[in-house]
Write a protein that binds this ligand. Structure first.
Ligand code: FAD
Ligand code: NAD
Length: 467
């Protein structure tokens, strides 16, 4: 029987990073993945393929709508070849997952393809595709089994027309009318892909605004921009039935006033969140507890109630984000190796890859109000930047929240071109506990979008230069 210092179950961004860090620290490491490719949700059916389609559809939209203004004329009609677009996305996915195979070999991590199941707290069976079973012994185990799409009890996902993000990444045709249930990250990103490609898109959101967990000003700004591009957004709508009749989908919802609304389309994307995935793990055999939300329960050291078993990423509490899973992968490995790492969860940024992009770190204005923290606010519109006008990316704003007395930055929230990359500046500033004045006094290259961060910091003291 093969034995390891650490076995990681699940090869998503949490699992494969944990395995690499364990190997770097000199621990003999095994990795179990039930699918034939490594990389988990993120690389196979999540972050990477969705961004590939967002990029392709963005190019198409630019060619159709914006090239002419730039003085670029394309003779004839610009057309979408969806099959080719999806094939390019698939190629990006296989290059990226292939990269993880390389990293496993480089770090001498033994990979097992098959379903990992606990036999007891120190033994795991791997059931392979051909039905054969291999048992391995492990001093420590890191559970990194991720998540799966959730749905509503009355919705029958048929994977053809009533679909989750996984199917939305490989459609064979552009929907005529895509109904999106859930105006969160997935709904808006994938909704925007098909909107750009020509679909009518209607979002049905239960809460009173889209991206409801982010700062309300971001939701307001993004709603404005999406509505300009003819996105239909129905907030405060409670979906109560989804029916399919041949190729037609009908979604029934109650609006804010309790009136029944029927929306008809040809595809319905259900994007109401994801749920932790623990099926097949046989956690009972190891004595590992899950909580009432189905998450593997962990303490601040990512340790389960069984001391040699850890859990990380989407399968535990907290934001379901690839970079959060990665940080936890590193942390679990270092704890097993006897180190004392730490994660500041307040500084895990959140990004929505629509265009304009939405990005956020730290506390929202609503959270500060709720906890009674006194703050100052500075905000700056992207349209006031020379860089924005040069590239015709004038939508959006940057908002900085700083402590009223100490001026320490408590939150940075942005909608705008390249916000996904710009948020890193705010993370660095907050990691080093910068004041808004510190950032306001830093030189920002001109002309760049990042000048809006400096200006928003200047605006905290009412002294923005360009607005
Ligand atoms: P996962 O990536 O889910 O990996 C878990 C792995 O464990 C899977 O490969 C699974 O097959 C395997 N597994 C499960 N059970 C077993 C078992 N018993 N034995 C063996 N293997 C098992 N996050 C971002 O930060 N940025 C984004 O842009 C982003 N975009 C997304 C877009 C979409 C459409 C989706 C669906 C998600 C997106 N996410 C994004 C979220 C991100 O994908 C997840 O937060 C991340 O993948 C979680 O990583 P993980 O390692 O915890 O789990
Ligand atoms: P989400 O939590 O972002 O959004 C779900 C939305 O559905 C929410 O706005 C919620 O209010 C709404 N909702 C819930 N029940 C509803 C109902 N009955 N009717 C109508 N609306 C309802 O979840 P998601 O978009 O499905 O994404 C799942 C996870 O994947 C998220 O946790 C997210 O962090 C992650 N993800 C991240 C990225 C990124 O980082 N760019 C991209 C995609 C997915």
């Amino acid at each position: 029987m093969k034995s390891f210092d650490v076995t990681v179950i699940g090869s998503g961004p949490g699992g494969y990073v944990a395995a690499i860090r364990c190997a770097q620290l000199g621990l003999k490491t095994g990795l179990i993945e039930k699918y034939s490719t490594l990389g988990g949700t993120c690389l196979n059916v999540g972050c990477i393929p969705s961004k590939a389609l967002l990029d392709s559809s963005h190019h198409y939209e630019d060619a159709v709508k914006h090239f002419e203004t730039h003085g670029i004329e394309i003779p004839g009609e610009v057309k979408v070849n969806l099959e080719k677009m999806i094939a390019r996305k698939d190629a990006v996915v296989s290059q990226t997952t292939g990269g993880i195979d390389f990293l496993m070999k480089k770090n001498k991590i033994e990979v097992f393809h098959g379903l990992g199941s606990f036999k007891d707290s120190e033994h795991i069976t791997v059931t392979k595709e051909d039905g054969s079973i291999e048992e391995i012994a492990s001093k420590n185990t890191i559970i990194a089994t991720g998540s799966k799409p959730s749905t509503l009890p009355f919705i029958q996902i048929d994977k053809e027309r009533i679909i989750t993000s996984t199917e939305a990444l490989k459609l064979k045709e552009i929907p005529k009318h895509l109904i999106v249930i859930g105006g969160g990250v997935i709904g808006l990103e994938l909704g925007q892909v098909y909107k750009r490609l020509g679909a009518e898109v209607t979002v049905v959101e239960y809460m009173d605004r889209i991206i409801p967990t982010m700062d309300a000003s971001l939701s307001k700004e993004l709603t404005k921009v999406l509505k300009k591009s003819k996105f239909k957004i129905n907030v405060s709508h409670k979906v109560k039935a989804v029916n399919r009749n041949a190729d037609e989908i009908s979604v029934l919802a109650d609006d804010k006033k309790g009136n029944e609304v029927e929306i008809k389309g040809d595809y319905c994307l259900v994007s109401v969140g994801r749920r932790p995935f623990t099926e097949g793990l046989n956690l009972e055999a190891a004595g590992v507890k899950i909580n009432d939300r189905g998450q593997v329960d962990v303490n601040d050291h990512l340790q389960t109630n069984v001391k040699n078993i850890y859990a990380i990423g989407d399968v535990v509490r907290g934001a379901m984000l690839a970079h959060k899973a990665e940080e936890e992968g590193t942390m679990a490995a270092e704890i097993i190796a006897g180190q004392k790492p730490h994660i500041d969860y307040n500084l895990i940024p959140g990004v929505v890859y629509t265009w304009p992009e939405v990005a956020s770190v730290g506390q929202t204005e609503e959270q500060l109000k709720e906890s009674g923290i006194k703050y100052k606010m500075g905000s700056f519109p992207m349209r006031a930047l020379g860089r924005s006008r040069a590239s015709m990316d004038i939508d959006g704003l940057i908002k900085v929240l700083a402590d009223e007395k100490t001026d320490e930055i408590l939150g940075v929230h942005m909608v705008g071109a390249r916000a996904a990359d710009m948020i890193a500046e705010a993370v660095v500033a907050m990691e080093f506990r910068a004041s808004s004045e510190d950032v306001a006094r830093m030189s920002h290259a001109h002309p760049t979008f990042t000048e809006a961060i400096k200006e928003a910091c200047l605006a905290v003291e009412n002294r923005a230069l360009h607005s």
